[in-house]
Design a protein around this ligand. Structure first.
Ligand SMILES: C[S@@+](CC[C@H](N)C(=O)[O-])C[C@H]1O[C@@H](n2cnc3c(N)ncnc32)[C@H](O)[C@@H]1O
Length: 405
């Protein structure tokens, strides 16, 4: 029981990762570069947020006029519903306490809704910005799944946030169900999840334009246990922790969106299969070429840069392919993780380590390649040595280069 509580507390602490302005700006700039009217005349909803501390709300409020936004809505989650917050220690901000709407009881039990609307320059300074925000308590706790926040989703054209990590999958379903445009932060490992991958395969969601190969820094609660190396790296990236603000970094955070951007229309420049076999910087490609999987009608491509430009069939590529995926150049058909038909089933998996049969492996067989001899970690239930490779995405060229190219 104690363990379960500890895990739950850890998970909810992991939900309290606050996004940095620079990360938001970089990603939104990519949408605007592709379409300067990306936010024009749109209702933008920022759920799981709070302008009192969130950079999302501050960023969009600052650019409200410039982006031509019609209405900006930000909702926050009630402290009493948030296991990461000790309500006994909870201190509302001065902004809230000094407002005529302040109510001590509602302050912890209810979520809040902040609204900025075109034509409501409350301060009369000639522009609509964060000083013109109106706010009120929600009827409920601001859970994004509640009827009241779902109604705001249905009013919105675009939903943008960094949702709680523990509810990432639920959040994706929620935005998809709403039929809205969205941009949200998540973990890049999510791409092969059973309920996430079909959205990527069917071009209903793709990776964002930024942060795919670099760390993202997050502010975390001051009592959050940050590994020394993460805190040092965050500091090197310009976010030194202080007693008031603690920072960490994540290497696998990325954006998921269905808002178009230029990066996904840049074609990958590739060599032909013959050129790769001769000149590839990967010894495996020069020495063994592109082995055919033993259980898929596809060839194994160990790195993105080795995708042959002229192969007219299925290719298994590492999941980092999604960082450079251009839907005008490639089609994604499945993964080696059970959503695409295999040509061979391995009923009994046995393992050979350094030539010696050892205990059976219980993990799933992903893409499998035939080997010349039994070596380290090969599997042999088929009468010949085979080796499983790491998760692969199965793709094909939409227009493979001709051999002469
Ligand atoms: C990862 S943090 C990000 C906060 C903010 N959007 C940002 O990026 O800085 C997720 C936020 O969602 C809140 N939250 C947790 N569960 C929630 C739920 N069921 N509905 C709405 N918000 C929730 C958390 O308290 C936390 O503040």
């Amino acid at each position: 029981m104690a363990n379960t509580n500890l895990t739950a507390a850890k998970m909810t602490k992991n939900d309290e990762f606050y996004t940095q302005w620079a990360d938001i700006e970089r990603e939104m700039n990519a949408y605007l570069e592709y379409d300067p009217d990306a936010f024009r005349d749109k209702v933008v909803l920022l759920p799981c947020d709070d302008p009192e501390w969130s950079n999302f709300a501050k960023y969009f409020a600052l650019h409200f006029d410039e982006f031509g936004i019609k209405k900006l809505i930000s909702t926050s989650y009630a402290p009493a519903s948030n296991p990461a917050i000790d309500v006994n220690d909870y201190q509302p901000t001065l902004f809230e306490m000094e407002s005529p709407s302040y109510d001590q009881e509602k302050s912890t039990a209810r979520g809040k809704k902040f609204v900025l609307e075109r034509g409501t320059d409350l301060t009369g300074d000639g522009r609509v910005n964060i000083d013109d925000l109106r706010w009120e308590y929600l009827e409920g706790d601001g859970d994004f799944r509640s009827g009241e926040v779902t109604a705001l989703r249905d009013e919105a054209d675009i939903v943008i946030t960094n949702p709680p990590f523990s509810l990432f999958r639920t959040f994706i379903s929620w935005v998809i169900e709403g039929g809205v445009q969205f941009s949200m932060i998540g973990n890049s490992n999510a791409v092969t999840y059973r309920d996430v991958f079909p959205l990527i395969r069917d071009n209903k969601m793709w990776k964002g334009a930024t942060a795919n190969t670099s760390d993202m820094v997050f502010r975390v609660p001051v009592d959050f246990d940050v590994k020394g190396s993460d805190s040092e790296k965050a500091a090197r990236l310009g976010y030194p922790s202080t007693p008031e603000a603690r920072y960490t970094r994540l290497g696998n955070s990325c954006w998921f969106t269905n808002i178009d951007h230029g990066r996904r229309h840049q074609p990958l420049q590739l060599l032909t299969m013959a050129e790769n076999k001769q000149f590839s910087t990967l010894a495996a490609v020069r020495e063994h070429g592109y082995p055919q999987y033993d259980n898929f009608d596809a060839i194994e491509v160990p790195a993105i840069k080795s995708i042959p430009s002229d192969f007219d069939g299925l290719m298994g590529v590492p999941i980092t392919f999604l960082d450079v995926y251009n839907p005008d150049q490639f089609q994604i058909v499945g993964t080696t993780e059970g959503d695409y038909p295999t040509t061979r089933k391995y009923a009994k998996k046995k393992r050979v380590v350094d030539g010696v049969p050892s205990k059976s492996n219980t993990g799933t067989m992903s893409g499998v390649i035939r080997e010349v001899e039994f070596g380290k970690g090969t599997y042999f239930d088929v009468g010949y040595p085979v080796r499983a490779v790491y998760k692969r995405i199965l793709i094909r060229h939409l227009n493979p280069a001709t051999k002469e190219c």
